[in-house]
Write a protein that binds this ligand. Structure first.
Ligand code: SF4
Length: 339
């Protein structure tokens, strides 16, 4: 006899393991209320009601890659590109720090015009601002570069696996391969980084089994953070015109990741937010992090992996205050320790 959803959730929580079929059955239940409630309870046992606010500086929209779903693909010649100087990056990091961010993510396309030493200088200058966690999200680079930046003080590296379906991955990423991505993640882990991965829900040809394997892969990699978002088509890419992924299904993946992995930072991702009517809805399903762009508005609009109408012309400080107010109004707390 098939186990009731509620009993199955308890079993996964207790054993910290699940089969693909068990995850699929929870992805397809009629009502996900019990799943979300239990994911929230697991989260609160570890993090209490604290929500971590992270500032993300998207410092270059140049990218050497041609991922078929991404508006930053080097083949999208319609997109105006920008690239910050080292001084500008430090300036925005300072503003973010002054606004209260103690976790900063440096993100860009795979832009090799920043060589290893320039990234080193940026890391050291940002880490010099005070006690903060610095995450790099700048793509596939060499072992030597990863090692150098770790020694410079970078704490985490975010490199999403995007999909655990190797054939699908290789079709979407002509510049690289699933194997290469796994090698990079394992390399980063062996160097000592806290690693972040994650995946997209709604990719063309993706199956529920593949989503279940995405969640299991996060556990296998023992990630410190996982960004689970939805695929949103960009009009100037080869995948234009397809249908966006389901925010509800992605939120269910967040909840399942929480009950399976337990201690992991799960952001309420921008892509889910873009397509949801409720604000930061995955906070009620196990997410414990909100990430906010902190570069000036003009550039936030240009860092267009997918079209996002929910980007507003506000200062870093103004947005941070709004975010804190939102968190408190939800009966949650703003995490003040450095995480
Ligand atoms: S997904 Fe990342 S690596 Fe791929 S084109 Fe976009 S920015 Fe570049």
């Amino acid at each position: 006899m098939k186990m009731e959803a509620s009993a199955l959730i308890d079993k996964i929580i207790q054993e910290s393991k699940a089969t693909p079929d068990e995850l699929i059955s929870l992805l397809t239940v009629d009502s996900r209320g019990a799943l979300y409630a239990k994911a929230t309870s697991v989260k609160e046992k570890i993090y209490d009601k604290n929500i971590i606010l992270r500032g993300i500086i998207e410092f270059s929209s140049f990218c050497r890659c041609a991922c078929t779903y991404c508006g930053l693909s080097c083949e999208n010649i319609k997109l105006p590109r920008y690239r910050f100087t080292e001084n500008d990056i430090l300036k925005y990091a300072k503003e973010a720090y002054a606004a209260g961010y103690r976790s900063i993510i440096l993100q860009s396309g795979e832009d090799f015009s920043y060589d290893a030493d320039s990234i080193s200088r940026i890391i050291r200058s940002i880490k010099g601002l005070g006690n903060l966690i610095l995450t790099l999200s700048i793509g596939e680079r060499t072992h030597e570069e990863y090692t150098q930046w770790f020694k410079d003080g970078a704490n985490r590296y975010l490199l999403k696996h995007e999909t655990s379906d190797e054939k699908l991955y290789n079709g979407l990423h002509p510049h690289s391969s699933f194997k290469k991505r796994m090698d990079c993640l394992l390399d980063l882990k062996s160097i000592g980084y806290q690693i972040g991965s994650g995946f997209m829900v709604g990719l063309p040809g993706q199956t529920l089994e593949s989503l279940a394997r995405d969640i299991l892969l996060l556990q296998e990699l023992s990630v410190d953070m996982a960004g689970i978002g939805i695929y949103i088509p960009h009009p100037d890419t080869p995948l234009a015109g397809l249908v966006s992924g389901s925010p509800d299904l992605a939120i269910a993946c967040v909840a399942l990741s929480r009950i399976l992995l337990k201690k992991v930072h799960l952001p309420s991702t921008t892509s889910i937010e873009t397509e949801s009517t409720e604000k930061y809805s995955s906070l009620s399903a196990g997410a414990n992090v909100i990430m906010k762009k902190v570069e000036p508005y003009h550039y936030r609009k240009l860092y267009e992996i997918y079209p996002n109408p929910k980007i507003f012309d506000k200062s870093i400080l103004e947005e941070r205050k709004e975010l804190e107010k939102f968190v408190l109004e939800r009966g949650l707390k703003v995490e003040r320790t450095v995480q």
